[in-house]
Write a protein that binds this ligand. Structure first.
Ligand code: ADP
Ligand code: MG
Length: 574
């Protein structure tokens, strides 16, 4: 009788190769993972170069926060991640998928060259690995950020290589991944080059609508309709083309569920149903549809790459999407039949909660600042309705109405958020130093001095120039231009005092955000300040233009909103 073969545990390299086979099906998957990392690293400019459909080479270059040289090797180790801190609960962990395996998987099936330089580094550092084995690590010349180059793809997994399509098809897949990313991140500049010629180059823009124009060409502008509808904790928002603009293929359909791009037959056919009589047969519209619903309504774990989902109430979703599209195609019927989902004060519904956490969670799946959250959606809609200023309470709360909603705005919190975003969105090259007209003298106590020394190198990295000027005394010569000349000393002292009680934060980004929010706080209109009518008007328009404007940098709401429905509930009419 034949002995059964012994059961052997697979070694780590084999496990990775198998996992890579599932996740990294084709070059476009690599591009997707690399750009998600760049987005996570808060890059504002991402460049993608491919050769021969990505089969010969994929390079993704970003200007994000980089990886320190000590951590470079860890980055390509399996299950090494710097992102778990952002994952609050197991549920989120499950929906995000396992962490820290993308670079390791890619490295296991290719030659990977990872170069990175943080704001604190004088030069870059590079690491080269061949099918998972590190073959070189050395300093290199590099601007701030990270550049990953992948070559020899799948050479050690010939079976996988056989499944690849023609380079031109692989290129199209990559282009689609990049288009989708550019539509989810209008605030990022994107450059895509294939075989040394530019495919597209998109400058950063403020709104999703502008980005749609840039991707699809200006003529789409006059054909775009905003859609927005909420029913039973499910909301649909986005843009669709009117009936006069259509395509031969369904390439211009983009579907997102809770911020995640998905392919879904239900939603696809709901979109087509929405257009039913409006389009000729075999013609497809442009539609970018973003659905938000409580996490329990949708199962995302049925597909290894999570691009397919299963809905608990797919009939309701079908009706919601089809209905929303129908209504916006017939302007006469476009008066919303249901009221928008809002939260009263801080008691939020599950949907609002999930949207809010999506805004603040810094993950690759966090997308759609422009129109995803109900708050944002409402704001965009408000732009079309003139808002009437009704008065203030205690020179602190401004009251507005658009005749369907009552808005109470906290003037300080709102202004703080606006300034914070303005400071943050200044182009990064002007973000750095600016000379103080007159150097400011900083006299510190020994304790303050000790804190300053701890965060000194980070302060230099973000644009301060502070020089020793005697015992516990310093001269501030240059300040980051985001901080400007107004209150550098005050802000720095505040920071030092705060850091005495809490652990000094030495990361570049955190300290920068910290300084920006202090700056915003100091420069913002205060509570009890009397505002002129033009200041009030300005605040309102700025609020409507500002991303995340429904929360101040400290996470307090900047306004609360009561719809007619909410008022009816308060007065027990409903
Ligand atoms: P994950 O993104 O799930 O953490 P990855 O394997 O994609 O796992 O990346 C591993 C780690 O490498 C990340 O957590 C991050 O710290 C670092 N990293 C990868 N790419 C970049 C990048 N472009 N910029 C900065 N850090 C990066
Ligand atoms: Mg990643």
């Amino acid at each position: 009788m034949l002995n059964p073969a012994p059961i052997l545990a697979l070694d780590q390299a084999t496990i990775l190769k198998i996992a890579a086979g599932e996740v990294i099906e084709r070059p476009a998957c690599i591009v997707k993972e690399l750009i998600e990392n760049a987005i996570d690293a808060r890059a504002t400019h991402i460049e993608v170069n491919i050769q021969n459909g990505g089969l010969d080479e994929i390079t993704v270059k970003d200007n994000g926060h980089g990886i320190s040289s000590a951590q470079l090797e860890l980055a390509i180790r399996p299950h090494a991640t710097s992102k778990l801190g952002h994952v609050e609960d197991l549920d989120t962990l499950v929906t995000l998928g396992f962490r820290g395996e993308a670079l390791a998987s890619i490295a296991s099936i290719s030659e990977l060259n990872l170069r990175s330089r943080t704001a604190n580094d004088k030069v870059g550092q590079q690491i080269v690995s061949k099918y998972g084995d590190i073959v070189a690590q050395k300093p290199c010349a590099l601007p701030f950020g990270t550049t990953v180059t992948v070559t020899s793809l799948f050479l050690n997994v010939p079976a996988r290589k056989k499944f690849l399509k023609a380079p031109s098809t692989e290129k199209q897949h990559i282009e689609r991944v990049l288009q989708r990313a550019s539509l989810t991140h209008p605030e990022i500049a994107w450059d895509f080059t294939a075989d040394s010629s530019s495919v597209f180059s998109l400058k950063p823009v403020k709104s999703l609508k502008t980005r749609i124009h840039d991707v699809y060409g200006r003529e789409i502008a006059s054909h775009l309709l905003a859609i927005e509808h909420t029913q039973n904790e499910m909301s649909v928002t986005g843009y669709i083309s009117d009936q006069s603009l259509h395509y031969a293929r369904s390439q211009a359909l983009w579907i997102f569920v809770n911020g995640r791009p998905v392919q879904d037959k239900t939603i696809h056919s709901a979109i087509m149903e929405g257009y039913r009589t409006a389009l000729m047969e075999k013609r497809y519209p442009f539609a970018l549809i973003s659905l938000n619903m409580p996490a329990f309504e949708v199962d995302v774990n049925i597909h290894p790459r999570k691009s397919e989902v299963r809905f608990r109430r797919s009939q309701d979703i079908y009706r919601l999407v089809a209905g929303a599209i129908q209504r916006s195609l017939e302007p006469s019927a476009s008066i919303p039949s249901t009221t928008y989902q809002v939260s009263l004060g801080n008691t939020s519904s599950p949907m609002t909660q999930s949207s809010v956490s999506n805004i603040f969670m810094d993950t690759s799946n966090q997308v759609f600042h422009d129109h995803k959250a109900p708050y944002e959606a409402n704001l965009e809609k408000d732009l079309s309705y003139p808002m009437k200023y009704l008065g203030h309470i205690d020179h602190t709360y401004l009251i507005f109405s658009d005749s369907k909603n009552l808005f109470i705005v906290d003037q300080h919190a709102a202004h703080e958020r606006i300034l914070f975003e303005q400071f943050k969105n200044r182009p990064s090259d002007t973000r750095l130093a600016q000379h103080c007209l007159i150097p400011k003298v900083l006299e510190l106590t020994p304790k303050e001095d000790a804190i300053l020394k701890q965060i000194y190198s980070t302060l230099l990295a973000i644009g301060f120039e502070i020089e020793t000027f005697g015992h516990h005394t310093y001269l501030i010569r240059m300040v980051p231009s985001c901080i400007g000349n107004k209150y550098p000393k005050l802000i720095l002292m505040d920071l030092l005092h705060d850091k005495m009680v809490s652990q000094p934060n030495t990361s570049w980004d955190d300290l920068q955000d910290d300084l920006l929010s202090r700056m915003a706080c100091h420069s913002a209109i205060r509570a009890h300040d009397t505002l002129t009518q033009s200041e009030i008007d300005r605040l309102l328009t700025d609020m409507q233009k500002t991303r995340l404007s429904s929360y101040c940098p400290h996470g307090r709401p900047t306004y609360v909103q009561y719809s007619i429905f909410d008022l009816e509930k308060l007065f027990y009419r409903k």
